[in-house]
Design a protein around this ligand. Structure first.
Ligand code: NAP
Length: 303
């Protein structure tokens, strides 16, 4: 049995793994899909230091994984179903195996939020998407709608202009949340049309998306916009369902830690987007991962 389990293989988990493996800790990283996390769905990353001109999301995560493995980090494909602290250990139930370890780093990140409107679930994969990098290519010369006004929505809307003939950005207010540099790029892009003060009510289509019904919050009227694709970027929810009652969570479900990445449960640490914090970025996830590994190391060595 390893001494330390890292759950989740995004930037936070891989960095924790790099630090732990390099410190010769006996540790194992469990990842339910393939390592990389949400960054794998990001086409281009231009604010991670050390890469002038930017770097592809896939390439960056491939490098992080390779670097951690160079120091001996073991990565296993396994979905964790249950975590239970015991007197002298932490019990972790995977889908193929059970583990009893002394320390755990939670780095399971977050998943895209859903609109929860009619048509969304039925048409997911048939024109409704949460990943422009994965699906943008299918919308060559078509018209698509992007829902949201944050950094993700605007970055992805800009990416979609490579393929789509027109990108409607539908935002519930009249001001974007995204940072200014993204706003300026989007406002200057001729393929992007902003539709302010509107919320989506329903996604229409039989077997593929044919349109989206929008409510104009100022006029109080509803109308249908004909589009072939709907990309939803309205924020993320933490992947903390299995942690309820185990560690302290904030009102939105993110894990509360101190600056040492310690959770309310001794021996359990959290890092990256799963944490309750103000700035969720690759750079902050990487910092969290390093601190969490250092704290786990000190704990295991009896400090
Ligand atoms: P976000 O900042 O939470 O923005 C979500 C957007 O969706 C907001 O504009 C929000 O509107 C809108 N929204 C939320 N719920 C909605 C609903 N039910 N219906 C319609 N619209 C809804 O999420 P994000 O853009 O995914 O960003 C998450 C974090 O990642 C942020 O910290 C962001 O800075 C970071 N990020 C950074 C980069 C980068 O640095 N390159 C790229 C992507 C993301 P309101 O504005 O009215 O609340």
């Amino acid at each position: 049995m390893p001494e330390l389990l890292i759950i989740g293989g995004g930037p936070a988990g891989l960095t924790a793994g790099l630090y732990a493996a390099r410190a010769k800790l006996d540790c194992l990283l469990l990842e339910r899909l393939s390592p990389g996390g949400q960054v794998l769905t990001t086409n281009w990353v231009e604010n991670y230091p050390g890469f002038p001109g930017g770097i592809g999301g896939f390439d960056l995560m491939d490098r992080m994984r390779t670097q951690a493995e160079e120091f001996g980090l073991k990565i296993l494909s396994e979905e964790v179903k249950l975590i239970r602290p015991e007197t002298d250990a932490i019990f972790v139930q995977g889908d193929s195996k059970d583990y009893r370890v002394r320390a755990v780093i939670l780095a399971m990140g977050a998943s895209p939020k859903k609109l929860n409107i009619p048509g969304e679930t039925e048409l997911t994969g048939k024109g409704v998407s949460y990943c422009a990098t994965c699906d943008g290519f299918f919308f060559r010369d078509q018209e698509v709608a992007v829902i949201g006004g944050g950094d993700t929505a605007i970055e992805e809307a800009l990416f979609l202009t490579r393929f789509a003939s027109k990108v409607y950005v539908i935002h519930r207010r009249d001001r974007l949340r995204a940072i200014r540099i993204l706003q300026e790029r989007a406002l200057a892009n001729e393929k992007i049309t902003f539709m302010w003060n509107r919320i989506p009510l329903e996604i229409k289509g039989d077997n593929t998306v044919e349109g989206i019904v929008l409510r104009d919050l100022i006029e109080g009227k509803s109308s249908e916009l004909r589009v072939q694709g709907v990309f939803v970027f309205i924020g993320y929810s933490p992947n903390t369902d299995i942690l309820k009652g185990i560690v302290e969570l904030d009102e939105q479900g993110f894990v509360i830690t101190n600056e040492e990445m310690e959770t309310s449960q001794r021996g359990i640490y959290a890092a990256g987007d799963i944490r309750s914090k103000s700035l969720r970025q690759i750079s902050t996830a990487v910092g969290d991962g390093a601190v969490a590994a250092y704290s786990a190391l000190r704990y295991l060595e009896g400090y």
